[in-house]
Design a protein around this ligand. Structure first.
Ligand code: SF4
Ligand code: SF4
Length: 250
């Protein structure tokens, strides 16, 4: 019946003694523990913003673009924008024709909407150049929505300032590739201008690749080429053969 107390004690359950049923000793024990911590433990509270927290290297703060020798490392491949779940990244690429620069493209403009960014780190994960990394900045404030859209000038940070994160990525990213493929800058430049392959071709005297067929040759069929003309009738397959009862169809 409603309002009737129900005894929920399990079979063989120990009963509280007199002091335990008063609860006071346990309360004082708990208070004693708290005062002991209060008096003897170091202070954990930080007086933010006067005291700033310096996050560990694995922390994911706002994403930034890595600047190397005055230009972005980014090769404008668009992978980060594709991978970004809330579609916070947009960019436009442009070709560059500087023989001294190993890159073939770089961003003409690059924007991240920090109101959309969820600090997931997917952009950093997919970037083949380690050109976009998660920084240690966590306290962003804006006066308007427009201010939250960071252009390339606010995104670029010198690689020297991001060395902690870059070293962290080097040590922890994709360790399973370690045996066969060492993750390092040399093989991380996705540009033909800088590929060892081109150097190798040069050393072998093959700086100009010769092809066996020109486009015109390939387009002109010769007599001994089988273009399927000798095939007689359609290929036999269970799908082409008439099914049972097909002959009875009108
Ligand atoms: S951290 Fe995530 S949400 Fe933010 S820009 Fe990168 S991929 Fe997009
Ligand atoms: S994935 Fe990296 S290299 Fe490609 S566009 Fe994004 S930042 Fe640039």
């Amino acid at each position: 019946m409603a309002g009737t107390p129900v005894n929920t004690a399990q079979e063989g359950e120990r009963e509280l003694n007199f002091w335990e049923s008063l609860y006071l000793p346990e309360i004082f024990k708990g208070l004693g523990y708290s005062f002991n911590k209060f008096a003897n433990e170091p202070e954990y509270t930080q007086q933010y913003p006067e005291e700033q927290w310096y996050p560990p290297d694995g922390y994911r703060g706002r994403p930034v673009l890595v600047e190397e020798e005055g230009s972005p490392r980014c090769v404008s491949c668009n992978l980060c924008a594709k991978a970004c779940p809330p579609m916070a990244i947009s960019m436009q690429s442009q070709e560059i024709d500087d023989p001294a620069d190993p890159k073939e493209r770089e961003p003409q403009w690059f924007e991240i909407n920090m109101l959309r960014c969820i600090y997931c780190g997917y952009c950093e994960e997919v970037c083949p150049e380690e050109a976009i990394v998660m920084s240690k900045e966590y306290d962003l404030t804006f006066q308007s929505r427009d201010e939250a859209v960071f252009g390339i000038e606010r995104l670029l940070q010198p690689a020297e300032q991001l060395i902690d994160r870059l070293n962290y990525l080097k040590s922890y990213r994709d360790p399973q590739f370690g045996e066969q493929w060492e993750f390092q800058k040399d093989n991380n430049l996705h540009s033909l201008k800088d590929r060892h392959f081109l150097q190798w071709l040069k050393e072998e005297g093959m700086d100009e690749l010769e092809t066996t067929h020109t486009r015109e040759e390939a387009a002109t069929p010769s007599d001994d080429m089988d273009w399927g003309s000798k095939r007689e009738g359609p290929p036999e397959s269970s799908y082409d053969s008439p099914g049972p009862g097909a002959s009875e169809a009108p």
